[in-house]
Design a protein around this ligand. Structure first.
Ligand code: SAM
Length: 234
């Protein structure tokens, strides 16, 4: 039976890859990459010569059918994305669900775990409770207000989401406004930025304090972010 390996890759520092991931990527018949050029840097570092094919958000159903056909023919494939664990807020989840749907017991889907920005950020924040909700990316329009209301009304729960450099200030302003309305203006927010990279840092404060810190140094809005909203009793 063929196997689809879902392989975690680094979220910045290329040394953050497991021995098993390197071996599997070297052994499979084909590596499916979100962006083959991005993954090439990683594959070159570990001298992995396996052929690659792109699979991304716009790949369409024909590509999925092609991948299912290859698995039916007995080929072993590995799925990687640009960073972290496939299927966590990236195109991986669509492919995995379609392969499950299409092949059922006719394929082994195996995890080769590795880093994820989600777990990396949570591990350095030290939340007092183990209960958190992961949102992925915030919706840009529809549902955004409802979500901010839900976050600001929750008392014990923490919320984790991914955010881009373009929207981080706007998001902090929305959190500030909603927390003020909920009379919890000092609720703690953690901005885990550029994890495992040269400018890695974790800023902590109320939304207003974070807005002030960012205003003093615009470099702090650069790069990739995981935002963690702590519980309101902290
Ligand atoms: N599948 C990935 C994972 O397991 O983390 C996430 C993919 S998602 C398309 C990309 C988002 O993850 C970025 O916009 C950013 O919010 C977050 N992210 C990825 N790498 C990061 C890093 N090194 N530091 C902070 N956040 C990061």
């Amino acid at each position: 039976m063929s196997t689809l390996y879902v392989v975690g890759t680094p979220i910045g520092n290329l040394e953050d890859i497991t021995f098993r991931a390197v071996r599997i990527l070297g052994e499979v018949d084909l590596i499916l990459c979100e962006d083959t050029r991005t993954s090439r840097t990683l594959l070159n570092k570990y001298d992995i010569k396996t052929a690659t094919m792109s699979f991304h958000t716009h790949s369409g159903l024909a590509k999925i059918d092609k991948i299912i056909e290859m698995l039916k023919e007995g080929k072993d494939l590995a799925l990687i994305t640009d960073a972290g664990t496939p299927a966590i807020s990236d195109p991986g989840s669509l492919l995995v669900s379609k392969v499950r749907e299409g092949l059922g017991d006719g394929v082994d889907i195996k995890t080769v775990p590795g880093p994820s920005a989600l777990t990396a950020a949570l591990s350095i924040v030290g939340l007092p409770d183990h209960q958190f909700t992961f949102i992925g990316f915030l919706p840009h329009k529809k549902g955004r207000e409802t979500l901010f209301n839900k976050i600001s009304e929750a008392k014990k729960e923490s919320f984790v989401f991914y955010e881009s450099t373009h929207r981080i200030e706007k998001t902090l302003e929305s959190l500030r406004d909603h927390f003020e309305k909920a009379e919890t203006p000092n609720r703690k927010v953690y901005l885990a930025r550029e994890l495992t990279k040269m400018f890695e840092e974790c800023l902590v404060g109320s939304p207003e304090e974070l807005i002030e810190q960012i205003a003093e140094d615009s470099n702090k809005t650069r790069g990739e972010f995981v935002v963690i909203v702590g519980p309101s009793f902290l």
